[in-house]
Design a protein around this ligand. Structure first.
Ligand SMILES: Cc1cc2nc3c(=O)[nH]c(=O)nc-3n(C[C@H](O)[C@H](O)[C@H](O)COP(=O)(O)OP(=O)(O)OC[C@H]3O[C@@H](n4cnc5c(N)ncnc54)[C@H](O)[C@@H]3O)c2cc1C
Length: 290
């Protein structure tokens, strides 16, 4: 085993400098609930770990332009316990609640969930449906990208080796908005998604849907946005026919694998069911009557 250096910088600038100086041999350490397992199994062998949990701007949740800026190193439990955030984004909160056990949630972060790039990561479809945008900092400066542009395949991201995701911006909510995330797993707890579905929508004063975003996890090599499923809702009151079209569009967008936890055909079918049920919850949360 080669030498491993551990650093816990107190500022973002120091973290960026450490990563930049490590010639690709460093890894960002957030909660470590994915990274340490990968290191123990020998899958990766970094020379330097840069712990970001001591950087104040990465561990805080703040109001911004009517929305929320959530630090990438905010733990799942911190997010769940933030009453104003979970009241505004109950679907994102549902997704974060599903990540591991209480002990895992105390360490695991939303940034780590995204940057680990598992196709089954629970918070990612919910964040995509929410329209979250991440801020990324590297030696070249700061850039922003929608959540859907980060994972490029299993374990792969569009981030340069020396870039850090510093925060997520969740936009201001219009009145009559609601979101929801559901997943299917063979076991009720401590299992990863066979299918995950996130839906976020806004209704007008008469109950017609004016805006929707639908995202699926675990049905392709990365989480996918499904514009056709969202389009099935817009202009409707979320009636049975619209929900049927949404389910069909969700199933059609799936490119899943076959494995011991679910066949391709099963995942395709369940994706439609999960998307429809998530849409029903989102509609109810947005205040749809009847
Ligand atoms: C028992 C158990 C159960 C689990 N259950 C679930 C589950 O139900 N659903 C689910 O989605 N996941 C689950 N996980 C996986 C894991 O807990 C989550 O993916 C978690 O959110 C990872 O966050 P972390 O802070 O621990 O990431 P880390 O392990 O610290 O990092 C993960 C990866 O992302 C990189 N990284 C982290 N933060 C950043 C950043 N800000 N910028 C750039 N790169 C970064 C790291 O370098 C590493 O490559 C489970 C894990 C365990 C051990």
């Amino acid at each position: 085993m080669s030498d491993l250096r551990y650093e816990a910088p107190a500022t973002l600038a120091a973290a960026v400098a450490l990563l930049a100086g490590a010639n690709g041999k460093a890894r960002v350490l957030a909660g470590g609930t994915d990274l340490l397992i990968q290191m123990r199994s020998g899958r990766i062998e970094p020379g330097l770990l840069v712990d970001i949990k001591g950087i104040p701007e990465m561990t805080s949740i703040a109001a911004e332009n009517g929305g929320y800026r959530v630090g990438a190193a905010v733990s799942c439990m911190q997010l769940i316990e933030h009453a104003a955030f979970s009241g505004t984004w109950p679907g994102v909160t549902d997704a974060v609640k599903l990540i591991g056990s209480i002990q895992v949630k105390g360490r695991a972060t939303v940034g780590g969930n995204l940057c680990n790039a598992s196709p089954a990561a629970d918070s990612v479809p919910a964040m995509m449906a929410a329209g979250a945008v991440v801020r990324i900092v590297g030696p070249g400066g700061t850039r922003e990208a929608p959540v859907e542009n980060i994972a490029t395949g299993p374990g792969k991201t569009s981030l340069a080796g020396n870039e850090i995701v510093t925060s997520f911006l969740l936009p201001r909510r219009a009145p009559h908005s609601g979101d929801a995330y559901l997943r299917f797993t063979p076991r009720t707890e401590m299992d990863i998604a066979v299918v995950g579905a996130g839906v976020n929508l806004t209704l007008d004063d008469k109950g017609y849907c004016t805006h929707a975003r639908v995202a699926l996890g675990a049905v392709a090599e990365r989480a996918v946005l499904v514009p056709d499923a969202a389009a099935a809702l817009v202009g409707t009151r979320g009636d049975a026919a619209a929900l049927e079209r949404l389910a069909a569009a969700a199933s059609a967008a799936c490119r899943p694998i076959d494995d011991k936890r679910g066949t391709r055909a099963f995942r395709i079918e369940v994706a439609g069911v999960m998307a429809r049920r998530a849409a029903e919850i989102a509609l109810a949360r947005a205040g749809r009557s009847g």
